[in-house]
Design a protein around this ligand. Structure first.
Ligand code: ADP
Ligand code: MG
Length: 212
């Protein structure tokens, strides 16, 4: 679940970004839409506890974020939030398998190599564990990043422009995979996008419109 109240983020020297309130039950889907620069990525970073709001509060996966700091916040995020950033942030120094193992390290959990293989397999990248990110196609890299995001069965999966650079067929696949992964672990899915194709493909999703 995600519940926000009066969230504001002010970057130095800029007008405050004021966000409408959200109340998203666990397992439901949310589309965050708005033109470029409207604050979609900023909203995701507030909900992930990556950025502290100037005002307002967020409760995510049962946790009031203003009650967490430092390493406690990092550990909470590593377990409760799956994040698929627009730039995938795979470590190029590590194999695919070890990129996923980092999720355990971040959460302070012992690494589970069997679970890593099981996360890669349904996304069609089960054979690629020994490769390095530079040896992957764009679509493969996105699937690896998605496997990493859902590895610890997060309560909330945040995806930032997951289809922006994809053709119609790949975009449809990416949307389906996001929804499958969320159903499999009961996660709420949040997709930030200006891509009309996603709007049409998430029927019944709540909408947070940042253009208003
Ligand atoms: P979107 O994801 O909808 O394109 P962003 O959340 O990235 O929007 O940005 C919202 C506004 O905040 C934009 O005007 C952007 O320039 C500004 N902004 C984003 N990140 C920063 C930052 N780290 N420092 C200063 N301004 C920022
Ligand atoms: Mg953005």
């Amino acid at each position: 679940m995600i519940r926000t109240q009066g969230l504001v983020c002010t970057y130095a020297g800029a007008q405050p970004l004021r966000f409408p309130d959200v109340d998203l039950p666990q397992g439901d889907r949310l589309l965050v839409q708005g033109r470029s620069g409207s604050g979609k990525s900023t909203w995701l970073s507030l909900v992930a506890g990556l950025r502290t709001p100037t005002a307002g509060q967020a409760c995510v996966a049962g946790q009031a974020l203003d009650g967490l700091r430092g390493s406690a916040l990092d550990a909470w995020r590593a377990q409760a939030i799956g994040f698929l950033p627009q730039r995938l942030h795979l470590s190029h120094a590590l194999s695919v398998h070890d990129n996923l193992a980092l999720a355990y390290f971040a959460a302070g959990l012992p690494r589970d190599d069997a679970a890593i293989a099981q996360a890669l397999h349904p996304l069609g990248v089960g054979e690629l564990g020994a490769r390095y990110p530079a040896q992957l196609s764009g679509g493969q890299a996105q699937r690896v990043a998605l496997a990493r995001a859902v590895l610890l069965r997060p309560a909330v999966l945040l995806a930032d422009e997951p289809t922006a650079s994809l053709d119609d067929e790949a975009a449809a696949q990416a949307r389906d995979l996001l929804q499958q992964c969320c159903r499999a672990c009961g996660a709420s899915l949040v997709v930030a996008t200006h891509d009309r194709r996603v709007h049409q493909a998430l029927p019944g999703a709540q909408v947070l419109d940042l253009n208003e």
